[in-house]
Design a protein around this ligand. Sequence first.
Ligand SMILES: C[S@@+](CC[C@H](N)C(=O)[O-])C[C@H]1O[C@@H](n2cnc3c(N)ncnc32)[C@H](O)[C@@H]1O
Length: 277
Amino acid sequence: MFTLNCDRAYLFAHPERELTGEEQSRYEAALAERARGVPTQYITGHQEFWGMDLIVNPAVLIPRPETEHVIETVLELHTSDLRPQTSDFERESPRSEVRGQRSSVLRILDVGTGSGCIALALAKEFPHAEIHATDISAAALEVARANAARHQLEKRIQFHQADLLQGLNLSDLDFVVSNPPYVGESEEDQVQLEVRKFEPRAAVFGGPTGVEVIARLLPQAYAALRPGGCLVFEISGTIANAVQHLLIASKDGWENVRILPDLQSIPRVAQARRPKA
Ligand SMILES: C[S@@+](CC[C@H](N)C(=O)[O-])C[C@H]1O[C@@H](n2cnc3c(N)ncnc32)[C@H](O)[C@@H]1O
């Protein structure tokens, strides 16, 4: 399919089709790359996430299906927020003042956007939201911008090159979301060879124990959230206890701290709410 730039149906419908010499050598080149361990997605340049086809290259982490739980958690928190408080119309209408109070437009920040997968999925789900996305890597941001343009979302997302939230001057956010680097350098030899060799190191490793980036993210996210706003981020089973401890022991007093499992019952998402006032 990759070599012929066709879909599966075409292959089944044309079993007689033979590869030209040029196609054969492209096919063999792709196989050789795969044989030396290059992830398929870096060979084809594509990965699906939340129903969208995204461009990927070695500057960005390949989006994982587990990360879709971050989107689901935001949707669930948003819906549960709506129930007792405001109507769908109020929360999802374009920027407007609700009865003289704060604007009803959702304001969301994705920290460490990589390919842009989380920011794009949320832009799709919340058509009127104001969305910001950061990454420390200029090369990653280039991919995220290209993906936004491919999905006609480039006007919906503001991209910033930053170390976490530093220098962004963002406040009053409804959600800070992130899939931060969270693998400990001390467990490097347990990480799949393909990940270690081919995915960006800064996207995978979060310091000696894996929670160092998260520990820096928590107070910055707290300061940027509105009272009642939520932090939602991806974690692994290895760091779940440490993350829960960081949130509960924090002097900021996060509320509604929960660790949610993925489909394999592995702790995968942490959520916490800035107290309402
Ligand atoms: C695990 S990847 C997640 C990428 C994407 N959000 C996803 O879910 O596939 C982490 C991303 O955070 C970025 N990153 C690492 N340290 C950062 C920092 N201090 N500030 C901002 N971004 C950072 C990396 O460049 C990488 O793109």
